[in-house]
Design a protein around this ligand. Structure first.
Ligand code: SF4
Length: 364
């Protein structure tokens, strides 16, 4: 099917989620680092010779992992899923895919888990692999898209093109999977406008959710060599936050949920991995949301309310620290910029997690 027709099909099949569903999924993470991946992307620090495929849990180990998490699933959550992460799931041998799904499926059949999810490369999606999944309760598939620019994909040594992603999403939508797309910023050859164009191309594919990851220079990766040779310049933390903010807002405009911004040391980085350079911050997403909140309040005050000296800002209780910013930075900046006497922050459960309401209490 030509790309234009594919896009039209994908948009007709759009299945939007509300922004910030209040209850989160409880995901039982099963990490299979680099398993099923014979590639060597420039930013990845996998050891293709010694590491490939050694991290796949046995039936017993997988059962132990799942059961160790089940006790903690609680009640105040959305669905429970077993998630295979960190590798190229559909790149595994067919027998291994079947074995892992078979073990996980038993927990779904027993009513302890709702469904299964995994992440994989766009170029591993084909009819044979998808036929294989038909007998298992797989609900969500995430694709490592990284960029929708072929030159960036080539410089990043991804080994696939943007068309593989369009095609993969088309095939997944036809079979009604929930789809998550992961993109990266700051890749070799990338810049702000290319990243934004990627975000717009991804939005046109109407995924159910996205993740945004800044490129980091990891020890042992080919990118570390380029960095040391002065051939790659990583984004600063400020640039990473600013670009992520614009991308988040682009996705928000299309009502596409952003479920993660930035890598988490515990979940996404292999134990012992060191970050040589790049926009790493343990609370990267928090920094992005803080800038968004700051911009919102700044624009309200700038657009005609600057004669008030006391303001009340209402925000969802779970977003208070993001509104305040690290070390209360946002509040201090707002106070100084607009010579305010007081800024009161009040929790309001009726608001969305990324929404603020402002009230002004007096006039000078
Ligand atoms: S990033 Fe993913 S696809 Fe690339 S080398 Fe690492 S595991 Fe393989």
């Amino acid at each position: 099917m030509p790309p234009a027709k594919l896009y039209m099909f994908l948009q007709a099949k759009a299945n939007y989620l509300p922004m910030h569903n209040s209850k989160k999924d409880f995901i039982i993470p099963v990490f299979i680092p680099h398993a099923g991946c014979p590639h060597q992307c420039v930013f990845c620090n996998q050891n293709t010779v010694t590491g490939w495929g050694k991290s796949i849990p046995s039936h017993e180990d997988l059962s132990d992992i799942i059961e160790s998490f089940l006790d903690f699933k609680g009640k105040n959550r959305n669905r429970v899923q077993i998630g295979f992460y960190g590798g190229n799931f559909l790149g595994l041998e067919t027998g291994i895919i079947r074995r892992l799904l078979f073990t996980a499926s038993k927990y779904v059949a027993d009513g302890l888990v709702d469904s299964i999810r995994f992440s994989t490369r766009p170029d591993t999606i084909n009819d044979n692999k998808l036929d294989l999944l038909e007998n298992f309760p797989v609900e969500t598939i995430e694709l490592g898209v990284q960029s929708m620019n072929n030159s960036v994909l080539m410089l990043s040594k991804r080994g696939h093109t943007y068309f593989d992603t369009i095609n993969a999403v088309y095939m997944l939508k036809k079979r009604n999977y929930e789809i998550g797309l992961q993109m990266m910023i700051g890749l070799p050859g990338d810049d702000e406008s290319i990243s934004l164009a990627t975000a717009h191309s991804i939005s046109a594919l109407c995924p159910d959710f996205v993740r945004i990851y800044p490129t980091l220079v990891l020890a042992g990766s080919p990118l570390a060599v380029l960095y040391k040779q002065g051939k790659y310049k990583p984004l600063s933390i400020e640039q990473g936050v600013s670009i992520s903010k614009k991308i988040y807002l682009a996705f928000k405009e299309h009502n596409i949920k952003v479920i993660r911004m930035g890598l988490q040391a515990t979940d996404d980085l292999k134990e012992g991995t060191s970050v040589i350079a790049g926009p790493y911050h343990p609370a990267f997403g928090h920094l992005v949301y803080s800038e968004i909140f700051f911009d919102n309040i700044f624009h309200v005050l700038k657009s005609g309310h600057s004669d008030f000296k006391n303001i009340i800002i209402k925000v969802h209780p779970k977003s208070i620290s993001m509104l305040r910013g690290l070390k209360n930075k946002n509040i201090q900046k707002i106070k100084e910029l607009f010579s305010l006497k007081s800024v009161e922050v009040i929790p309001d459960i009726s608001l969305l997690r990324d929404e603020v309401k402002t009230e002004f209490t007096d006039r000078v």
